[in-house]
Design a protein around this ligand. Sequence first.
Ligand SMILES: Cc1cc2nc3c(=O)[nH]c(=O)nc-3n(C[C@H](O)[C@H](O)[C@H](O)COP(=O)(O)O)c2cc1C
Length: 362
Amino acid sequence: MSEPEASERGVVRTALTERLGIRHPIVQAAMGYVSGPRLAAAASDAGGLGLIASATMSLAELDQAIEETAGRTAAPFGVNLRADAADAAERVRTIIARRVPVASFAQAPRPELIAQLKDAGVVTIASVGARRHAEKVAAWGVDAVIATGGEGGGHVGAVPTSLLIPQVAAAVDIPVIAAGGFFDGRGLVAALAWGAAGIAMGTRFLLTSDSPVADPVKQLYLAAGLDGTVVTRRVDGVPHRVLRTTMIDHLIRGGAVAGLVRSARNAAAFRGVSGTGWREMLRQGQAMRREGGLTWSQVLMAANTPVLLRAAMVDGRTDLGLMSSGQVTGLIGDLPSCAELIETIMAEAGRCLDRLDETRKA
Ligand SMILES: Cc1cc2nc3c(=O)[nH]c(=O)nc-3n(C[C@H](O)[C@H](O)[C@H](O)COP(=O)(O)O)c2cc1C
């Protein structure tokens, strides 16, 4: 058999690349205040799929972000949204009207939203952290799932990626995008071996030169070791993996009362930055209590997240801010562009596949 061309080595075709019409099976995971037009367009332009994180944007900001992203790249990109947002239906209408190729949901989307998007030709993706969630959304008709293991950044489940992906891939017939701990070509090949059709990465894309995050924040991530993150419920009531900072240590050690006082203050600040009225915040809080089984103190804590994430990602406040992070930050030591990153990953995946092939022949 003839040696594959160097250019062929970096080409991996999967159900995901075919379904989305992208060159490489690599998704830039949604990150609030991080994955706006600049990062999403750079990831898509490099042959992956960029996702705009819209949960931290108003409807008008989302509309503007879509327009800017489409102006920066001709490649397919997507919008990530919360299915439980009060204006989810309007966001879906905007995605359809703006002809965004992909809609990805942070939680299980309602079947009628999926149907509406699919009728309009939009590819739908749902994030899941457990097999039963993957089975549920697959039955509702989503086109693909992003399954995130416990080493991932942000809100995470307890099952590690190495166990979750084979389990989910065996359970559903739609493409599974593996997430949680990926950063290189070996990881991509491992994900394919587990039955996934591609990978999604958050922390790795945050640590690129195309990411808009302030340099001191990036440096903190780069300096962290594999033990540099912690999963805590103290931030917003549900398990959240973040960089371990002095502020986080205080939060973990501090009493519930101190947490509540801080939460109330942040809720007030969030109202200020987001323009959300108290009546709307109360409505959202009641919905969270009902659907998420949360207590009022947990609901109040949830108001922490956008304010604290913004302080770090937008204002560069490493002292005050919340920095969601995957464990993988401990293995990352550079800030390539998205194009360099994706090219390096695909070249390494190609070499890795060749090496495995040699092992089989030996
Ligand atoms: C800084 C940061 C912000 C995030 N914000 C969001 C978000 O707004 N919505 C969401 O669904 N997931 C969010 N996530 C989770 C990512 O979409 C993804 O699941 C995770 O980063 C994958 O793990 P990795 O960081 O090991 O690649 C965030 C992750 C990070 C690191």
